[in-house]
Each structure stands twice: as structure tokens, then as C-alpha cells.
Design a protein around this ligand. Structure first.
Ligand SMILES: N[C@@H](CCC(=O)N[C@@H](CS)C(=O)NCC(=O)O)C(=O)O
Length: 228
């Protein structure tokens, strides 16, 4: 059994989707990041960066003590290696997946996170920040669109790279993007959305998605320093 430390956000969905697609048994443990549960000592012992998602695998390959993993990219690789699914073992196929996974972790995720911050959450409308991250989002969607022009999925075959990227494309309207400008992304987005495993993963704790972020959550999430 795997414990999934989770809240329904794009980074959380990556892992609920992967667990569903890989047909692994898991227990969801909610981490209410708007109420500061990511700072509880028990959680920090698993995820020292005070971010979800994280997992604890109580039945790791080879047996022994449970293994905990934080950082969604590392978790996806861990789960893919555990199940032998969605990450090829041969060099060429593997590097295709890993480079698009790293592109998500280093680019798409952080930049779109800033896009959400400046467009939706920032208390002041700072035009420079809004334009910078809306433009960068647009550039990244363009890169994905080009990549998907001649292949069904980002690495050719369906993989953990798609599971990492798709959750960030879900809120494209809030990011100031029109999928009609990116027809290959649009086709891929629809194909992903139609997958039963993706739907089940996206539905985990979906009732919480309907709540708008309140002021208490903003104070917890946006005022952090090393002393938090
Ligand atoms: N690079 C991390 C990012 C995770 C992340 O930013 N998680 C957010 C929610 S999407 C979080 O837990 N935030 C809590 C906080 O800011 O204290 C990953 O991919 O796992």
C-alpha cells in the first residue's frame, strides 16, 4: 500500500493520475495547504520542502523499511520504475520521457505557477508580472504544440511526461491561453481527458476544487520565508 499525501492542485493530480494509471493500491492523506498542514513535523519528515505531493511506499521493491519520496518528478520516476510502466528501460525511449518530464518540472510547472500567482492571487495587479508570465506560458504552450504536431504523446508513447504536463494545461483559460491557438495541444488535452485513469486521478478530493482560495490560505501560502 502507498500513502499519498495530497491536495487537489496540478502537482497533486500528477500523482493521483499516475497511481490510477498504474493501478496501484493507495490511501489518500489530505494535506490542507491552505491551513498550514504542510508544516506539521510528521509531514516535514517526509517532505522537507513543505510541499505536497509526497508518498510513502510501505511495500518497496526488495522489501525493507518503507520508502518516502517528495517532488512530483521523483515520485513519477519512482512509481514508473516500481511498476515497469510509462517509462521505457531502453536508453532512447527513456531519455525522450525524462527530458519532457524535466521540462515540465523546471519550466512548465514553475512558470505557470507564477502565471497563476500574478494573474489570480496577487493582491495588486502588477502588469509587468502578468505580461511576463502570460507570455512565457504562451511560449511554453508553443513548444508543446510543436512537439505534439507529429506524435500522439510528448515522448511518442503515453508516459509519465504526459501525466506531469496535463494537469498544468487544465487551467489554460485562467492562464490567459486559448487552446484554439495550439491545435496539437488541444487534441492531446482532449485525448488525455478521455482516459479513465486520468479522470479517476483528477477526481480525487475534487469537492475541494470548488472552494475559492480564502484570505487565510493566501496568508499561509504567500508569506513564506525560511522562518515559516
Ligand atoms: N516542485 C514541487 C512543487 C510542489 C508544490 O509546489 N506544491 C504546492 C501545491 S501545488 C504546495 O504544496 N504548496 C504548499 C506551500 O506553498 O506551502 C513538486 O513538483 O512536487
Amino acid at each position: 500500500m502507498i500513502d499519498l499525501y495530497y491536495w487537489p492542485t496540478p502537482n497533486g493530480w500528477k500523482i493521483s493520475i499516475a497511481l490510477e494509471e498504474m493501478e496501484l493500491a493507495y490511501k489518500t492523506i489530505s494535506v490542507n495547504i491552505g491551513r498550514g498542514e504542510q508544516f506539521e513535523p510528521g509531514f516535514l519528515a517526509i517532505s522537507p520542502n513543505n510541499r505536497m505531493p509526497a508518498i510513502v511506499d510501505h511495500e518497496p521493491a526488495g522489501g525493507g523499511e518503507p520508502i518516502s519520496v517528495f517532488e512530483s518528478g521523483a515520485i513519477l520516476i519512482y512509481l514508473a520504475e516500481k511498476t515497469g510502466r510509462f517509462l521505457p528501460t531502453e536508453t532512447r525511449g527513456r531519455v525522450e520521457v525524462l527530458q519532457w518530464l524535466m521540462w515540465q518540472m523546471g519550466g512548465l510547472g514553475p512558470m505557470l505557477g507564477q502565471n497563476h500567482h500574478f494573474r489570480i492571487y496577487a493582491p495588486e495587479k502588477i502588469e509587468y508580472g502578468i505580461k511576463r508570465y502570460t507570455d512565457e506560458t504562451n511560449r511554453l504552450y508553443g513548444v508543446m504544440n510543436k512537439r505534439l504536431a507529429d506524435r500522439e504523446y510528448l515522448a511518442g508513447e503515453y508516459s509519465i511526461a504526459d501525466m506531469a504536463c496535463w494537469p498544468w494545461v487544465v487551467p489554460h483559460r485562467n492562464q490567459g491561453q486559448d487552446l484554439d491557438d495550439f491545435p496539437h495541444v488541444k487534441r492531446w488535452h482532449e485525448a488525455m481527458k478521455a482516459r479513465p485513469g486520468v479522470q479517476r486521478g483528477f477526481d480525487v478530493l475534487s469537492e475541494i476544487r470548488r472552494h475559492k482560495m480564502d484570505d487565510q490560505s493566501k496568508a499561509v501560502l504567500f508569506g513564506q520565508t525560511a522562518r515559516s
